[in-house]
Design a protein around this ligand. Structure first.
Ligand code: ADP
Ligand code: MG
Length: 678
């Protein structure tokens, strides 16, 4: 039956993975929660069972644009779909509703607030649909990343329809949000279908990078082969402009955000879709509409606010199934920016209480009057405060902005609900930070985050955890000292805060920077020697959160030689690329053989210079060949060359890391560089 509907009414040959199972269960009257990524084909999961059950399917969807799009698609397939929302005239809505009552429709789409219109829900209860579909269901949950107040009451309003099965659908819900959706919609024994989060062609990398370094880093990333077309996500409009400008020196790049006039934006988007520009630098809020199958990479120019949002954004790379990459540039201080926004968007409970106290018990008050009584609160915060109080049910505000207190048993519940939501935002930040610091396969971390238990073991093999290549270099001496002391300190006391460990490291050597230290932690996490986790404590009524570091068994048992080969990302701690402080003077032209077995402590101060010269040669070579520099020779080999100072082909062959092939390819060049620079 359902297969027949798929063929005859939709014209598709076969189901996509999981669609059939969902359709079957829902057609049989089960309640269901479907969590599958965008583009997986969730719409069919309610459309086919709706048709199979006969009667009308009531579809609740949060956005008018989505409703219009879906209705058009269905109508173009000859299906009888209607919609009622604020964008349509009373007359049109009345006609549609009449058609519903006469059972002429197969689908009726409504926006959630329609359920609040007196009379509408009553009529629906009297003429119940045979299926209810709640699309974008994550909007129902205040734990979700896109909570919509109009969705808040959907569960309650559907209560009289207990006999009608409900299917809730979303592309983005953590396990917490999944539970919340089921609870709010009062789904009895829902069948869970949570699948399809793995992306086989997407190589995920996370890189520590200071904000000031990022534009250059992005140029580096996007000038590699097959890196464009690309979308760069910037945290603010201003940053989007800045980045577009800087990388515009090397790439055809344009900013794309809500601050631009629509015509200009459309032009940029059209040019990007037509491959006339390589890179679009979008704000997170605005990169949503871009649907281009051949996007080769997505770069995040800052720590995203949540894993859910991040996953959606990286999902725009490689829709054509060909290899694509997702690069995230971030550092510890990015968290502060998010905390700033959270503080701005969620005023302290005490502020809300103050506003609430000024609302009269017996009568209502105009918004302006209430604001006048709270003149010590700045206008933006006041605005936020009443919005939150309304959202969480402490106040009623009508269209004219008359404000009254909510009565009844629920009147006190707002506080917990509000504080929970604030905490949820911070928890999302914790999750994304844990993701960036996590030592495990990136794809697996994401899949687990979405609760897909059926696909939680296979590593992707291509992320920076599974296949750490590229910019990684072996740690230098100073870094090794830091690694050793960090592990020792943790062995003495496990679970210390990152800040404390950093302080301790600073006492050991003042050259260490916070981001340099974060890179060391990241290297240890990658080697599965440590793990970081978010923690919090309360101080003066404020919740302060911090990261602690836990020693794993590989870290406890690490031997000196494990540490020597530890690989790290980014520039050396001893700024300027000079490794001199770790590499002390040695007599010039020491015999190559002696330095190979045990590096001579008296290393020449010329070495940093030679090292830089070699790097410059390597870069030129890489450009000539169109490959990343590390593919020519690793930093480690360059360092060995500096230490050994080979004078002929034979001594060159003795340098660790050099082989006959490399000698044949680069021998002449290398000998020329090493002999002329010292
Ligand atoms: P989602 O809601 O999960 O983001 P949609 O339901 O909008 O995804 O479907 C995405 C696209 O996939 C649509 O163009 C749809 O027509 C198409 N599609 C869905 N199921 C199938 C199928 N079984 N065979 C072919 N195309 C399909
Ligand atoms: Mg959809």
């Amino acid at each position: 039956m359902i297969t027949e509907i798929l063929r005859t009414r939709f014209g598709f040959d076969q189901f996509r993975p999981r669609q059939e199972a969902v359709c079957k269960a829902v057609a049989e009257g089960e309640n269901a929660l479907v969590v599958m990524p965008t583009g997986a084909g969730k719409s069919l999961c309610y459309q086919i069972p709706g048709l199979a059950r006969g009667g009308v399917t009531l579809v609740i969807s949060p956005l008018v644009a989505l409703i219009e799009d879906q209705v058009l698609r269905l109508q173009s397939r000859g299906l009888r779909a209607g919609r009622i929302h604020s964008g349509r005239s009373r007359e049109e809505s009345r006609e549609t509703f009449k058609a519903y009552l006469r059972s002429e429709l197969e689908f009726l789409f409504i926006a959630p607030e329609r359920l609040a219109v007196p009379g509408f829900s009553d009529m629906i209860r009297k003429h119940p649909p045979t299926l209810i579909a709640v699309d974008e269901a994550h909007c129902i949950s205040q734990w979700g990343h896109d909570f919509r107040p109009d969705y808040r009451l959907v569960g309650e309003r559907l209560e009289g329809l207990a006999n009608t099965p409900i299917i809730a659908l979303t592309a983005t819900a953590t396990e917490l949000v999944q539970r919340d959706i089921c609870a709010q919609l009062k789904l009895v024994n829902p069948k869970l279908f949570i699948h399809g989060f793995r992306r086989d062609n997407l190589a995920i990398r996370v890189m520590e990078s200071l904000p000031s370094e990022r534009p250059e880093r992005i140029i580096e990333l996007l000038t590699q082969p097959d890196a464009v077309p690309a979308i760069v996500y910037a945290p603010t409009r201003k940053k989007a402009e800045e980045i577009a400008k800087t990388i515009g020196r090397k790439l055809k790049a344009r900013a794309y955000h809500a601050g631009m006039v629509a015509a200009e934006r459309d032009k940029v988007q059209a040019a990007f879709l037509a491959d006339e520009i390589d890179v679009i630098v979008a704000t997170v809020a605005f990169g949503m509409g871009i649907d281009k199958p051949n996007v080769r990479s997505v770069v995040h120019a800052a720590l995203p606010a949540s894993i859910e949002g991040y996953y959606q954004e990286i999902g725009r790379a490689g829709r054509d199934g060909k290899p694509a990459s997702a690069n995230l540039l971030q550092c510890f201080s990015d968290r502060k920016t998010h905390e700033f926004f959270i503080e701005r968007d969620f005023p302290e409970t005490s502020v809300l209480l103050k506003v609430l106290k000024h609302v009269p018990k017996e009568s209502s008050i105009y918004r302006d009057g209430l604001q006048a009584r709270n003149s010590e609160i700045d206008p933006d915060t006041f605005e936020k405060a009443i919005e939150k109080l309304w959202l969480h049910g402490a106040l009623k505000i009508d269209a004219e902005e008359n404000i009254t207190l909510t009565e009844g048993p629920g009147a006190e519940a707002w506080r917990k609900s509000y504080e929970d939501q604030r905490k949820a935002r911070l928890a999302q930040l914790d999750s994304i930070q844990a993701f960036t610091g996590g030592g495990e396969c990136r794809m697996l971390q994401l899949i687990r985050h979405f609760g897909d238990r059926t696909d939680a073991t296979l590593k992707c093999g291509i992320c920076d955890r599974c296949a750490p290549t590229s910019d990684l270099r072996v740690i230098d001496e100073l870094e090794r000292v830091m690694v050793t002391s960090t592990l020792a300190s943790l062995a003495g006391r496990d679970g210390q805060a990152v800040g404390r460990l950093f302080e301790e490291a600073g006492r050991l050597d003042s050259r260490i920077t916070r981001s340099g230290y974060e890179r060391i932690l990241s290297a240890l996490a990658r080697a599965r020697m440590i793990e970081t986790a978010q923690s919090e404590f309360e101080k003066d009524g404020k919740v302060i959160s911090f990261r602690r570091v836990m020693l794993l068994s590989a870290g406890k048992n690490a031997k000196a030689k494990d540490l020597e080969s530890l690989e790290i990302d980014g520039p050396s701690l001893t700024a300027g690329g000079a490794r001199s402080p770790a590499v002390r003077k040695r007599a010039k032209k020491a015999p190559a053989s002696s330095s190979r077995t045990s590096p001579d402590p008296e290393i020449s101060s010329e070495i940093p210079k030679l090292f830089e010269t070699l790097r410059a040669w390597r870069l030129a070579e890489a450009r000539k060949k169109g490959v990343p520099a590390f593919r020519i020779l690793s930093d480690r080999v360059l360092m060995s060359l500096c230490e050994s100072l080979p004078s002929d082909e034979e001594s060159l062959l003795q340098v660790p890391g050099m082989g006959p092939k490399l000698v044949r390819q680069y021998g002449e060049d290398l000998l020329r560089v090493t002999s002329t620079s010292i």
